[in-house]
Design a protein around this ligand. Structure first.
Ligand SMILES: Nc1ncnc2c1ncn2[C@@H]1O[C@H](COP(=O)(O)OP(=O)(O)OP(=O)(O)O)[C@@H](O)[C@H]1O
Ligand SMILES: C[C@H](N)[C@H](N)CCCCCC(=O)O
Ligand SMILES: [Mg+2]
Length: 209
């Protein structure tokens, strides 16, 4: 399978990298994080490489590596860099390429370039990663509305956290999105626990690529 699958989220820290690692493993895909903001901790590329046990040929280098752990537009400005959308063309891959955004759908890369503008340009389906905890209904529906208003196809929603059945159901019903599954909070998150929990909690048949 080739093509692109975008992983975005309702916010930063919701679990996009963890879900990306699970998807890359389950789909035999490759991974690309176009813009990494923050280099002092483990980067998203390093985390996916570790959690999915990827060889280098399945992980593409970032187009931009910024030191500042902040919104990409701010990190870039701080470092005297202007993010050029032409450099954000996805790399060639024989495999499905999972592309991870940063933060949420309307995070700026430059003024006035948003991640959503790149998603629309890439013309690829999006997996929206959302928390299950309180507040997620509003954040999820806002993200869905922002994607739909730009005609960006939504492949489905991936929940992360403890089960909150009513919130999950409400988001899928009002937002008219497919529920791909839920990854519970894992007290020890590693290759084994992640892929076992993902296999139990997700139905990739629902991912209509
Ligand atoms: N299911 C889970 N169980 C345990 N820890 C998790 C789980 N999902 C995410 N985490 C942890 O929560 C933190 C944030 O997750 P993650 O890095 O995937 O967020 P993100 O949405 O990719 O953030 P960013 O916007 O910075 O890319 C990480 O430390 C990650 O290991
Ligand atoms: C630095 C962080 N871990 C992410 N990579 C970037 C998150 C940007 C969020 C911007 C915002 O919505 O305020
Ligand atoms: Mg991430």
């Amino acid at each position: 399978m080739s093509g692109h699958l975008i992983v975005t989220g309702t916010d930063t820290g919701v679990g996009k990298t963890v879900i990306s690692a699970a998807l890359v493993h389950a789909l035999g895909a490759a991974y690309w994080k176009p813009v990494q903001a923050g280099l002092d901790e483990e980067t998203d590329r390093e985390a996916v490489t570790r959690l999915a046990r990827l060889r280098d040929d399945r992980v593409f280098p970032e187009a931009y590596r910024l030191k500042t752990p902040a919104s990409p537009h701010f990190a870039a400005a701080e470092e005297g860099v202007l993010i050029d959308p032409d450099r954000l063309t996805p790399p060639q891959s024989d495999r499905l390429l999972v592309i991870e955004g940063a933060g949420g759908v309307l995070v700026p890369l430059a003024e006035p370039l948003l991640y959503a503008d790149m998603f629309a340009q890439w013309r690829a389906p999006v997996v929206l990663v959302a928390r299950t905890s309180l507040g997620t209904i509003n954040h999820s529906l806002l993200s869905i509305e922002a994607l739909r208003s730009r005609n960006i196809p939504i492949a489905g929603i991936a929940f992360v956290g403890d089960a909150v059945p009513d919130s999950e159901r409400t988001i899928c019903a009002i937002g008219q999105v497919r529920r791909l599954g839920r990854l519970p909070h894992l007290s020890a998150l590693d290759y084994e626990t992640l892929h076992m929990a993902f296999a139990e909690g997700f139905d990739l048949e629902a991912l209509d690529l």
